[in-house]
Design a protein around this ligand. Structure first.
Ligand SMILES: Nc1ncnc2c1ncn2[C@@H]1O[C@H](COP(=O)(O)OP(=O)(O)OP(=O)(O)O)[C@@H](O)[C@H]1O
Ligand SMILES: [Mg+2]
Length: 363
């Protein structure tokens, strides 16, 4: 087996994945463009991006089902770029589960072990342990069509776990499920990850999922990785306008930077910073939950002066539409806390935010 062949001491954690300048074209279209990424042993990294951004192609190159045109895939310090999938010893969970319909749950999970010619008694023990890990111990003799989508998904996870690979690759594993089940399985995968301690690379286009589950998130767009950061940093400090707009909601305010001040469209002073350039165009990004609308400061020289033009109750929060005198249309989100006085449509307000809650991005 690959991992044993590397003859490491038992204290050394394995399962680090490194991608070096991976490139993949289909005809003249570039699906994956110079992707480099280092995933540490035991780390959970998501590939997050819109449809067609190259997530699956990247994952399939790691798994060995696609060959890169150039670049390398390393498992720890071993170059696996040209190894066939079954010799990489990576657990892969495909979006459509890909269970064998004519086999029982136990037979499905046993399959990778039989492929590896593991002895019968050991197969039984390992299948039973893998099914327990995903809480399916009692359904071993069912067939896939007798199970719910979430249960089938867990069989697919058990089948990927059963041969104890150092790395699990998951391609939108929860995509086909309803919201409740998705959230439930999201927590199960998080728990599972703690118990099995494996490196996980997780493809999703769902930003909530990526933020909630990952140690780090790699945001992909048009085949490239735009930013790799911990969820909190990705949200609070997006590296560019694409990431700012793709991860969470954001207000984008065009500003001019002049000797340390960001000026709004009507010449309002909106932020102070270390910029020294004269007259640079930039964009100031403020999340809706950071935009405070204050009736008390209306008419003063503070922040952005304007009026509330719309209000929507969304359960846990109220979303305000705010139009500044300079013509900006912005969104503010306020959590619904009982006893709190809320502004109303038509009210004059000043819009403001904390100095650390805005990000300025170059055009
Ligand atoms: N076998 C193929 N032949 C030709 N083009 C392909 C092939 N597979 C993928 N592509 C193209 O490569 C690009 C990246 O595709 P990929 O499947 O990696 O995207 P994705 O990020 O996984 O998208 P989704 O969220 O829709 O699954 C797309 O433009 C896609 O059309
Ligand atoms: Mg995909």
């Amino acid at each position: 087996m690959l991992m044993k062949a590397t003859a490491r001491g038992p204290e050394v954690k394995t399962g680090g994945i490194t991608l070096h300048n991976l490139q993949k074209r289909y005809g003249s279209a570039v699906a994956v463009d110079e992707v480099s990424l280092s995933v540490s042993p035991g780390e959970f990294v998501s590939l997050l991006g819109p449809s067609g951004s190259g997530k699956t192609t990247t994952l399939m190159m790691i798994a060995g089902f696609e060959m890169p045109d150039s670049g390398k895939v390393l498992l720890d310090d071993l170059d696996i770029t040209r190894l066939p999938p079954h010799r990489r010893e990576l657990g892969v969970i495909f979006q459509n589960y890909a269970l064998f319909p004519h086999m029982t749950v136990a037979e499905n999970v046993a399959y990778p072990l039989q492929m590896r010619r593991v002895a019968k008694a050991e197969v039984e023990a390992r299948v039973s342990r893998a099914l327990d890990q995903v809480d399916l111990g009692t359904l071993a003799s069912r067939r896939p069509h007798q199970m719910s989508g979430g249960q089938q998904q867990r069989v697919a996870i058990a089948r990927a776990l059963v041969f104890d690979p150092p790395v699990l690759l998951l391609d939108e594993p929860l995509g086909a499920l309803d919201k409740k089940l998705r959230e439930h399985l999201r927590n199960e995968i998080k728990t599972l990850r703690k118990t099995v301690g494996k490196t996980m690379i997780y493809v999703t286009h769902d930003q909530d999922e990526a933020l909630a589950m990952s140690d780090r998130v790699a945001v992909m767009h048009q085949g490239r990785i735009r930013q790799v950061s911990a969820p909190r940093d990705l949200y609070r400090r997006p590296a560019d306008l694409f990431v700012a707009g793709f991860v969470g909601e954001v207000n984008l305010i065009p500003v001019k930077l002049k000797s340390g001040i960001a000026y709004g469209p009507a010449g309002e002073r909106l932020a102070a910073g270390p910029w020294t350039e004269a007259d640079t165009d930039a964009t100031l990004c403020v999340r809706p939950e950071h935009l405070h609308l204050d009736r008390g400061a209306a008419g003063s020289s503070a922040g952005l002066q304007g009026r509330i033009t719309g209000m929507t109750f969304v359960g846990d929060a109220t979303i305000f539409e705010f139009r500044s005198e300079s013509g900006l249309q912005l969104t503010s989100k306020v959590l619904n806390v009982s006893g709190q006085a809320m502004p109303d449509v038509g009210d004059l307000c000043a819009g403001s935010w904390g100095a650390n809650d805005a990000t300025i991005l170059a055009k």
